[in-house]
Every structure is written in C-alpha cells, then in structure tokens.
Ligand binder design. Structure first.
Ligand SMILES: [Zn+2]
Length: 272
C-alpha cells in the first residue's frame, strides 16, 4: 500500500482522517512508525488518508504548500530550478512541491504559501480531500535535493506577528473549562491514562450496543475529546452534552483558535 511505500522511501507516515491526524503524532515528529504500527493503524481503520511528517524525521523533507496557484506560478518564475521536483496537485486545488534540504530552514508562511518543515505534516496521494477530490501526483519527478534553501526561505517570509510554537501543547479550549470537564469525567469514574480520561462515549446513542466498551477519551491538556466511532469532539460540544455552561468558566476559548487545526496535535487517539 502507498503508506508502506512512503515509509520505504524514508518518509515518516501518520494516519489521517480527512486532513486531521487520528493519533497523537508528536512522537512521529521524532521517529518514523514501524511497519507493524503502520499495519495496525490500517487494521484499526485509522489510516483513511496518509500524512507525511515534514522536517528532520523525513530526512529534512521540506514541502512548499501553495494554496494560491498565482503564488505557485510566481514561485516557478522565481525559482525555475526548484520547481523541477516531485509535485502534488492537492485535493483543495493547491500544489505541494517536495524538496530535500541539506540545511533545514524553519517552517514559515505568508499569504498563499507555507514552507513546511519541522512540526508540520502534509496530506499525501492517494489521500482524498474532504471535498472528495483525490491528491494526485502532478510532476512525477524525483524529490529535488537542495543544499541550502535560504533564498527560498527569505522569499517565504514569516507571517506578521510571532508564529505560535506548534511543538508546545496546543492551545485548545479555555483551560478553566477544560479542567471543569475533566473533573466531571473523573466524578463519572473515567480512568486517567497520561493526559487522557477514558470511558464510555458521551454519545452512546451513536453506538450499536450503547458504548459498553471504552471508546472515548477526553484530553485534559487540549480540552478535546475523541471517540473511535464518533471522531473528535470540541470542548463546547462536550460541555453541552455534560450540561456544563462554558460562560461560568470564562467562555470556550479565551485565546482565538488557530485556523489550521489540522496541523495541531490535539485531535488524537487515546489508545495509541
Ligand atoms: Zn462515540
């Protein structure tokens, strides 16, 4: 299967649903999964789509993520040599240009393009975008090896304002609300395992025999929930089901949510 081929090529693969990792993928920013892990993800139905972790773990893989084709065209004119590389047409209508860097530049972005290195992943072919369009190889070339991407990195300037450190725990829901939800689950007898409180799903009606098996986990760091069957859940929805009023705890998110939730680590699976 495709994921095994990527792994054999030296890329660190993670399982996705849509564009979102179905596991806690911070581990896989440091090491590649084993073939057994990969096959287990596939068996468990976690490997719907394939993500490739950029940066050191994939041999200094840098992916230029263009969500604006006009910016991609500018890139081709400005860096014609760099454009002669393995390139993917994304399901969202953008382009992913893959490069292997000698010296890894820091991840950065500006309007229309993001340089993805350490801490970021990309959705890889033959994954299917949530809009049902598959990711397809556009230029079936070798991934270009480039000793130094300094000039390119300067072209992709950092966005205005400091970029959040994505290796830090994700800024999910309001910590006070998260703590209130955690207390509630603890009172219900949910078992702690690391950052997770595991127990029956909060939507038993969605499960064939209620949820006698434990398939739900609440992440006490991020405030997100995850169920094998129902998928990931936001703190605001969990609070509503539990009858907790977020306004009593200062609202749902005192800090604004980042747009690229798919790049963060809080949508994770409690059983890996
Ligand atoms: Zn569920």
């Amino acid at each position: 299967m495709a994921a095994e081929r990527y792994l054999a090529l030296g890329y660190c693969v993670i399982p996705l649903r849509g564009k979102v990792p179905t596991i806690t993928w911070s581990t896989y920013q440091r090491r590649k999964p084993s073939l057994n892990e990969l096959r287990r993800w596939a068996r468990c139905g976690l490997l719907r789509n394939i993500g490739i972790v950029c940066g050191e773990v994939s041999g200094n893989l840098v992916v230029l993520d263009f969500d604006d084709l006009a910016v991609y065209e500018t890139f081709i004119r400005r860096f014609p040599d760099l454009a002669q590389t393995y390139t993917v047409a994304t399901g969202g209508g953008g382009r992913h240009a893959y490069l292997q860097a000698g010296l890894l530049p820091p991840s950065r972005r500006r309007q229309g393009v993001e340089l993805r290195g350490n801490g970021l992943q990309v959705v890889a072919p033959p994954s299917v975008h949530p809009n049902s369009t598959p990711y397809q190889v556009l230029h079936s070339l070798d991934v270009l090896q480039v000793p130094n991407l300094e000039e390119l990195a300067r072209w992709v300037r950092p966005a205005a304002g400091p970029k959040p450190d994505i290796s830090a725990p994700a800024a999910g829901a309001n910590p006070s609300l998260t703590a209130a939800i955690a207390l509630h689950f603890q009172a219900l007898g949910y078992r702690r395992r690391g950052d997770w409180l595991n127990g029956p799903c909060i939507y038993p009606q969605r499960h064939a025999h209620d949820d006698s098996r434990i398939s739900f986990g609440f992440n006490t760091c991020s405030g997100y929930g995850n169920c094998f069957r129902c998928g990931s859940m936001l703190a605001k929805d969990i609070a509503r089901v539990l009858g907790i009023d977020p306004s009593s705890y200062g609202g749902i998110a005192p800090h604004s949510y980042r747009r690229d939730t798919d790049e963060q680590q809080f949508v994770c699976n409690p059983f890996t």
